[in-house]
Design a protein around this ligand. Structure first.
Ligand code: ZN
Length: 284
């Protein structure tokens, strides 16, 4: 069933687990994600990232993902990930997305609040949830140099987070505490204390971006301290591609529909394993 983000995250916050948020750029990946959520009886967030518009259009994603969500046996949020352009965000809401992220994190603090409130005004009228971001991370596509030794300078500031939430009353807040987008080039050092402080000051569902490549224990500790939405994509993408390469090497007579079915199966296995770690199994 199609639901909004606020509904699934408020329950996750109360019961202390995280809901997985997974990007798809095609129908088979999306089917694999939904199949995993149904197998685990878990709520799930199916995401279209604005930067992936070069692989699938917003309109194509909307029609496929919304249909999958409406017919799913578990609660599914159809979410716009990293909406940077106001036009894209408004279009996503009109197409039926039940949640949008307004990413104005590279803007000055006041401008971030202004842009988030512009989106909220429309979203509230349509019962669409809104995620905003505060703090600096590398670019969503994994590009952008980060100095791992200096990263704590760019973590989300606790007092600013409290002020931001007071000024916007946003439904979920993405924070920077040591994770990076894409694959990790060095050992990550997560600041759990920072998550806890922001959680205590804001009492809002908090979002981890850059959820690829972390150890199970790092996910669990983040959730324990207040993370309720985890964006996970890059590792799944690489592992499924490797699995497909292996499958094709062993099956020289495969048809295209065999590859489609194998893709769904590999995505399902990969995502189901993460859902179990995030603690959202049987929370549908
Ligand atoms: Zn992100």
């Amino acid at each position: 069933m199609l639901v909004n983000l606020k509904t699934v995250l408020e329950k996750a916050k109360t019961e202390k687990y995280a809901v997985g948020a997974f990007n798809a750029t095609d129908l088979n990946t999306a089917r694999g994600i939904i199949a995993a959520a149904e197998a685990e009886n878990a709520p799930v967030i199916l995401q279209f990232a604005e930067v992936h518009g070069q692989y699938i259009s917003l309109e194509q994603a909307a029609s496929m993902y919304l249909q999958l969500a409406q017919t799913a046996k578990v609660p599914v949020v159809v979410h716009l990930d990293h909406g940077e352009n106001f036009d894209t965000i408004v279009k996503a809401m009109h197409l039926g997305f039940t949640s949008v992220m307004v990413d104005a994190s590279t803007q000055p603090f006041k401008e971030n609040i202004t842009r988030t409130n512009q989106v909220l005004e429309i979203a509230r009228a349509l019962n669409v949830s809104v995620e905003a971001e505060l703090g600096i991370m590398n670019a969503e596509d994994g590009s952008g140099a980060l100095d791992y030794d200096q990263m704590d300078d760019t973590y989300t500031n606790v007092a600013e987070a409290a002020e931001f939430v007071k000024a916007t009353d946003v439904d979920a807040l993405a924070i920077a505490f040591g994770t990076v987008h894409g694959l990790y080039k060095a050992e990550p050092h997560l600041n759990y204390q920072r998550i806890k402080e922001i959680h205590d000051k804001t009492n809002k569902p908090l979002v981890m971006h850059g959820g690829s490549g972390l150890k199970d224990e790092e996910y669990r500790e983040s959730i324990k301290n207040g993370i309720t939405k985890i964006n996970y994509y890059s590792t799944m993408s690489y592992e499924v591609t490797n699995g497909l390469r292996d499958y094709l090497n062993k099956n020289s007579d495969a048809f295209l529909f065999d590859v489609d079915m194998k893709t769904i199966e590999l995505v399902k296995e990969n995502i189901a394993a993460k859902i179990r770690v995030f603690g959202s199994s049987n929370k549908a």
